[in-house]
Design a protein around this ligand. Structure first.
Ligand code: PHE
Length: 350
């Protein structure tokens, strides 16, 4: 093997041993660099005759080209290997089962509200929504609860900016302000009929929503839900309220033998007033009286504040607690579970 073949051979070996592109560039410098072996051989030509130069130069050039070819081949091989490794690292196993997106669902109290709306809807009740920031007038005064009324102290709440000293704004303590708001709207919509001395269509509405009080323990939350009911007409009686509410409770709890008790009570905006208790005849709660709503005949002063003549219009109102109904229906014993947002609790209702 002559000297040049040996050089090409050792270049091939050097390139082969280079494991990275940087190693390869270092190996290249040894043979093809400015002071590399080929350059040195070229310098040696200077001392030769013209003919010798031609012959020797051609052979050196061949060796140089062979070394360059070996270099390029190794470059390509390293690049291919790198790409291979990258493709392997980024490989997707398309046969793997996909990750399921989390399935959302309605909050148990929302499920109850939907149920309440469905049942009362089937009995001809509209559904109304009202503001959670309420004026003193709608929350108290219009509901026959003047400023010095002791009943106000049971409705301690959060006062918010925007009102005046005598008419503050507050977070509503119950959904009863919706009695006035909805009735006034209804009366205005039928103003022409009323002015003509005719009877307006009955008001039959429920108003579910959030309510607030300064109260917090296992059965009270500063934010809770209520659902108001109002039924006003020329000829509505306590009997109607009893029938409707009994029907509602039996449908809601899917229990035909559930019994109701109307227990005398007091609310400033109803007279007479009654607390509504229910009793299951079977199941874990059987035999106990459970309070589910306040109710009563709408007070004449309230009927007047609705813009109606209490001599002509009479009606009934009730206010129930969807949170409590949810607890009873599902056997939940701590109200706070509804507002903790713990997915382990909430996912049980999907
Ligand atoms: N608003 C009353 C409460 O929060 C409940 C109620 C509503 C009572 C309607 C009578 C009529 O306690």
């Amino acid at each position: 093997m002559n000297e040049l073949d040996a050089l090409v051979d050792s270049a091939r070996q050097g390139f082969e041993q280079a494991a990275t592109p940087a190693d390869l560039e270092n190996a290249k410098a040894v043979f093809l660099g400015k002071s590399g072996r080929i350059t040195e051989l070229m310098k040696g030509l200077a001392s030769l005759s013209i003919d010798e130069k031609k012959a020797r130069g051609a052979v050196i050039n061949q060796a140089k080209q062979a070394i360059e070819a070996a270099l390029n081949a190794r470059r390509q091989a390293l690049a291919d290997a790198e790409l291979d490794a990258q493709l392997k690292a980024e490989a997707l196993d398309v046969t793997l089962a996909g990750r399921q997106p989390g399935q959302g669902g309605l909050h148990p109290v929302s499920l109850t509200l939907e149920r309440i709306e469905g049942i009362f809807g089937s009995m001809g009740f509209d559904v109304a929504q009202g503001p959670e920031i309420e004026s003193d007038w709608f929350n108290f005064t219009a509901l026959n609860t003047p400023e010095d009324h002791p009943a106000r102290s049971m409705h301690d709440t959060f006062y918010v900016e925007g009102g005046t000293a005598t008419a503050p704004n507050l977070l509503r303590t119950h959904t009863s302000p919706m009695q006035i708001r909805h009735a006034v709207q209804h009366v205005n919509a039928h103003r022409a009929l009323l002015d003509a001395g005719e009877t307006m269509p009955e008001i039959r509405v429920i108003a579910p929503g959030r309510t607030y009080r300064v109260d917090s323990d296992a059965t009270h939350s500063p934010m809770f839900h209520q659902c108001e009911g109002l039924w006003i007409g020329a000829n509505v009686s306590f009997k109607d309220l009893k029938v409707v509410f009994t029907d509602f409770c039996r449908t809601f709890f899917e229990s035909d033998d559930l019994v109701l008790r109307f227990r005398p009570s007091f609310f400033p905006f109803t007279e007479p007033s009654a607390e509504i208790d229910i009793q299951f005849q079977s199941g874990p709660l059987a035999g106990r009286w459970l309070e589910v709503a306040g109710s009563g005949q709408v007070h004449p002063n309230v009927v007047r504040n609705m813009g109606l003549d209490p001599e002509k219009y009479i009606g009934f109102a009730f206010g129930m607690g969807p949170d409590r109904l949810t607890m009873l229906r599902y056997g939940v014993n701590d109200l706070r579970l509804f507002f903790d947002g713990d997915i382990r609790f909430l996912s049980q209702f999907q």
